[in-house]
Design a protein around this ligand. Sequence first.
Ligand SMILES: [Zn+2]
Length: 144
Amino acid sequence: MCVQCGKTIAPDANVCPYCGHDYRIQAGPPAKKKTVMPVIGGIMILVGGVLSLVAGIGLVASVGAFDSLMLVDVEGVDMLEDLMTACGIIFIILGLIGVLGGVFAIMRKHFGLAILGGVFALAGWFIPALIGLILVGVSKDEFE
Ligand SMILES: [Zn+2]
């Protein structure tokens, strides 16, 4: 049956003989529309991840530098150093996942990981990573 005029036609007909409705154009799913949104979003998430990574490495490195300057061990300082090192490691991990998420967003792959990376990249560069996250979120259909 023809979807346009409702008349009975051959199931393998390319064109409806009654109304001329062309079935060849309908063949196959329509191509995915690609926008630049996941790419821009991915770059913002990527930069957020890199900044978080740099902040984490800087924090850990500064603890190491500070430690080598200290001639005597002070208990309070040691605790502070441990806290800074722990924070630095957390920033490094968040940054790495942020970078990974940004790359996936640019490639339009692994939507879930791209979003996760975007959330983690908030630690490095809050507002741009948030915008990136929104851009990636609204272009979900473009992901494989
Ligand atoms: Zn027809």
